[in-house]
Ligand binder design. Sequence first.
Ligand SMILES: NC(=O)c1ccc[n+]([C@@H]2O[C@H](COP(=O)([O-])OP(=O)(O)OC[C@H]3O[C@@H](n4cnc5c(N)ncnc54)[C@H](O)[C@@H]3O)[C@@H](O)[C@H]2O)c1
Length: 310
Amino acid sequence: MKVVVTGAAGFIGSHLCEALLARGDTVVGVDCFTDYYERRHKEANLEGLHAAPGFTLAEVDLRTAPLEPIVDGADAVVNEAATPGLVLSWDDFERYQSCNLGAVQRLAAACSAVGIGHFVQASTSSVYGVEATGPESSPTHPASPYGVTKLAAEQLLDAYRSTGGLPLTVLRYFSVYGPRQRPDMAYRTFCDRLLRGEPITIFGDGAQTRSNTYVTDAVAATVAALDAEPAGATYNVGGGRELALLDAVALLAEALGVDPVLEHRPARRGDQRRTVADTSRIARDLGWAPVVAPEEGLLRQARWALGRRR
Ligand SMILES: NC(=O)c1ccc[n+]([C@@H]2O[C@H](COP(=O)([O-])OP(=O)(O)OC[C@H]3O[C@@H](n4cnc5c(N)ncnc54)[C@H](O)[C@@H]3O)[C@@H](O)[C@H]2O)c1
C-alpha cells in the first residue's frame, strides 16, 4: 500500500511512518517543519526514516503547496499535520485555523479530485471539551480554539464524505505519550525538569486525570483504521486506564530515580479536567484495544529521556 502521511516529522506521524514501512508499505511523508517547536526535534524524529527504503519526504506546506501531485496514486492519506496544543491557540488563532482547517480543506479537495481510497484524520479528545468521558456520540463542547478547529475539520471532512464520497475515518486520540513526545507536552517537560533537578509546575490541583495513549497503541489504532473499509466512522483512541497527574509524576520520578519538587499554579484556560477514553466502538469494529499500561509506558518514556541526556 502507498500511504501519504502528513505531519511525518512530528511525534505521532514519525512513529506511524516507521510502523507502515516496517510492514512493507511505501510512505510519502509530508511536513513543512512549522516552528511550533524547534526543527531539530523534528529532524531527530526523522532519523530512522531517511535511510528507510520506501520512504520519501516532501517538505511542503499543506496551506500553500499544490497537493494533487502529492496524493495522486496513493492508496490512502493519514492527516497527522496540525498545530497542536491548546495553550497557544488563545493567542495565535491564525496558525490554528490555517493548519487545522484551511490545510485540511485543501487536502480533502485534492484527495477528492484524484479519488483517494481512504482518508484518515487525526482528531482529538479536545473536541469533547473539559470532560471527555463518554462514547463518540457524546456532545462536543470544545473549550479551546484548538479543539474548535479540530472539530470544524471533522465536520468539514464529513461534508466532503457525505456529499462527495470522501472515504473517511476520524480518530480522536486521547493525549498521546512515549518516546519523542512533543517538547511542549507535560510528561516530556516533567522528565526534562526532573533530570535537571528543577521544580515541576502543576497547573491546578494535580488531581486531573487522563487516560493517556501510549504512542505505539495510537499507531496500531491508526493502522487498524487504515486497513479497514472506510465507513465514515469516528473512533475514540485512548489508553486503557485513567491516571491522575500527580500519580504520573510520581511514576516518572521513580523511574528516573529522583525526588520531585512541585510548584502549583492555577489551572489554565480550557485545560481538560478528566479524560477517560470509551473505546468500545473501535474495539467492536476494528478489534483494537490499548495494550501498554501507564506504568510500562511511563517507564519507557523515562528511559528515553535518560537516553537523550547521555
Ligand atoms: N500528541 C497528542 O497527544 C495528540 C492528542 C490528540 C490529537 N493529536 C493530533 O495528532 C496529530 C499529531 O500530533 P503530534 O503530537 O504528533 O504533533 P506534532 O506537532 O509533533 O506533529 C505535527 C506535524 O505537522 C506538521 N505540520 C503542521 N502544519 C503543517 C502544514 N501546514 N503543512 C505541513 N506540515 C505541517 C508540523 O511541522 C509537525 O511536524 C495532530 O493532528 C494532533 O492534533 C495529538
